[in-house]
Design a binder for this molecule. Structure first.
Ligand code: UDP
Ligand code: MG
Length: 331
């Protein structure tokens, strides 16, 4: 006798596996900011619990204060935290690369620990991601929080960068953005040493959406950036993303040489016709100084590129690991 076998159907549809969100957080001397950041992240992710799980990847970029201690003491009761210690301060770009290399998430979000990249826009970013966007940029709605000089220099930077770079970057979008796993995998394969992440994030392409936010003041601690560091960072950005400053000398030099030949011809024939014209101190000096200055400037530009080529060919690692804590969820 055959028994009728009822089809086994669960009372509820099986829950879909939750997507993992990796928050990539470089930290340098941030002992005051870490706890508030974790509390805020917890608050933002609580309502998303059914659909999203998260991991916080702290990259301790050679902090000299109690940052590591604070993070490790929070790790005892918070399984979301991972800590990567670098062997010294490598700078934010390298620290972010370390986080990118170690993230496990379906989606990654580089974010500052000082709450200047407000975590409350994360749900909006994830929403756009679930609708198909592979990159979601977070753009600052305004720069009214910044000083006049910071605003003007930032504006100048974007203008110069976009005029010279082979591929433009969106204005007022920092590192805070959502990156799909497919994008992360491309970024991991880009092994250049001089890294200006903002430009790399834009270079890869993919379906890009945007959210806007108001950038608050730093919540705790102090910014590690000085104008000198920002200047060098800007130079790295420009010279690692362009070839125009290098190639322009073909045209500038060509035009000047042509003019110089024409003028030389004029002088030659004038001397033949009118005779020797001794006065000319001013014009001689101006020519020497102008061409001398231009030559040095052009050599300097070439030097900027050569210095960066030099760091590329040495192929040193981008960062050095000291230790990793909690990979895979166990201490
Ligand atoms: N940061 C870092 N290494 C550095 C400098 C900064 O990892 O050498 C981190 C810092 O801890 C913070 C983020 O990069 O999480 C942004 O730094 P900061 O707030 O000083 O920059 P600002 O907001 O002034 O641009
Ligand atoms: Mg900040």
């Amino acid at each position: 006798m055959t028994m009728h076998q009822p089809t086994l159907r669960p009372a509820y549809p099986a829950p879909l596996p939750r997507k993992l969100v990796s928050l990539l957080v470089p930290v340098f001397n941030e002992q005051e900011a870490v706890s508030a950041f974790l509390t805020e992240i917890d608050r933002v992710f609580a309502p998303l619990h059914a659909t999203y799980d998260y991991e916080v990847i702290f990259v301790n970029d050679g902090s000299r204060d109690a940052t590591e201690f604070v993070i490790r003491s929070r790790m005892t009761d918070n399984p979301h935290i991972h800590l990567i210690n670098l062997s010294r301060n490598f700078g934010k770009e390298a620290a972010l690369s370390a986080a990118i290399d170690h993230a496990q998430g379906d989606v990654c979000i580089p974010i500052d620990v000082d709450l200047q990249d407000p975590p409350e826009v994360i749900p909006e970013m994830l929403d756009l991601w679930s609708k198909g966007a592979q990159i979601v940029n977070a753009r600052r709605a305004n720069r009214t929080q910044d000083t006049w000089i910071k605003r003007k220099t930032a504006q100048g930077f974007y203008r110069v960068f976009n005029a010279l770079a082979d591929h433009s970057i969106p204005q007022d979008v920092g590192d805070f953005r959502l990156l799909d796993r497919q994008v992360i995998d491309v970024l991991r394969d880009m092994n250049e040493r001089v890294r200006f992440n903002k430009a790399l994030f834009s270079w890869v392409g993919f379906e890009t959406e945007e959210v806007t936010f108001d950038r608050p003041e730093r919540q705790a601690g102090t910014s590690a950036w000085t104008y000198w560091k920002l200047w060098n960072f800007a130079l790295d950005g420009i010279f690692s993303s362009s070839t125009v400053p290098l190639r322009i000398w073909t045209y500038a030099g060509g035009t000047l040489a042509l003019m110089a030949f024409l003028y030389a011809a004029v002088l030659f024939f004038r001397t033949l016709v009118v005779g020797i014209d001794v006065p000319g101190y001013a014009s001689t000096m101006i020519t020497i100084l102008m061409f001398g200055g231009l030559n040095l400037f052009a050599i300097g530009i070439v030097g900027e590129y050569i210095a960066r080529i030099y760091s590329e060919v040495r192929e040193r690692p981008l960062y050095v690991l000291r230790s990793i804590h909690n990979p895979g969820g166990q201490n």
